[in-house]
Design a protein around this ligand. Structure first.
Ligand code: ZN
Length: 257
């Protein structure tokens, strides 16, 4: 009994100490403990994922959004400014996808460029709605398509799509956040995804849009969109694929419904 108490006290001490260190880190970075009233209202109003979380998780979520927002440079292109509300909602999209990992904040990507609408990419001479460029450490977002993605729940969500690319890259980029996804789940996912992609290419799968058949990265991003927006339909369509994605992301949206 005494041992148990001693271990409990030590664990408590470590947790308090770690949280104290994190507070110090945030203070050094000039980061306030959480979002202000208006920013919390934006989350409450526009972010169904946040609304569905239990109160304690909502506080952690808001805290993480604040941290992401403060440590990321938001750059407006072809528009006057990226407003505080836009920063909150784009940050929330990044926090949503990484919420299963306590220490993952897409650290490699320190800049997010925001266009008002689709933009012309010199890389492939085409118009894009979003882009993730690991060489430039940048995520690019069309604000119009970002808003449209969260306005409906039809398995089409630009923010989640681009954050899914960023998360997958973050997992293989050598930094503090390297290798956070479970290796066995990755292997299982690749096998199941290959089968599903083959069906899509043969025109047999009706659940994922055909773009998911482009390659493994696009399949993952489209699957993530559906995972958060249509979890019930996704798990009914292919429960093993759904379960593996829940293992990969360390969270299950079905439990929030
Ligand atoms: Zn994509």
């Amino acid at each position: 009994m005494l041992w148990f108490l001693l271990i409990a006290v030590i664990i408590f001490g470590v947790v308090v100490y770690r949280s104290h260190l994190f507070q110090q880190f945030l203070a050094a970075e000039g980061i306030k403990p959480s979002l202000n009233k208006e920013e919390l209202y934006s989350l409450q109003k526009h972010f169904a994922y946040y609304r569905a979380l239990p109160p304690k998780s909502q506080r952690i979520f808001a805290y993480r959004v604040n941290r992401f927002k403060k440590l990321t440079e938001f750059v407006p292109r072809h528009m006057g400014e990226v407003t505080s509300e836009m920063e909150v909602l784009i940050s929330a999209s990044a926090v949503q996808i990484a919420f299963g990992f306590a220490d993952v904040f897409l650290a490699h990507f320190d800049r997010i460029i925001v266009y008002p609408d689709q933009f012309f990419s010199t890389a492939d001479q085409r118009y894009h709605k979003g882009e993730v460029n690991p060489a430039m450490a940048v995520i690019v977002i069309s604000w119009r398509h970002f808003v449209e993605g969260y306005a409906t729940e039809e398995g089409l969500n630009l923010g989640l799509h681009e954050m899914a690319h960023a998360l997958q890259l973050e997992n293989v980029i050598m930094n503090d956040e390297f290798g956070f996804m479970d290796e066995d789940a990755i292997k299982l996912w690749q096998g199941l995804a290959s089968q599903e992609m083959r069906l899509i290419r043969e025109g047999k799968s009706t659940f994922f849009r055909s773009y998911a058949g482009t390659n493994h990265a696009e399949f993952f991003a489209v699957a993530v969109e559906n995972f958060f927006e249509r979890p019930k339909e996704f798990s009914e369509h292919h429960s093993a694929l759904y379960k593996t994605l829940a293992d990969l992301l360390q969270q299950d949206p079905l439990l929030l419904r």
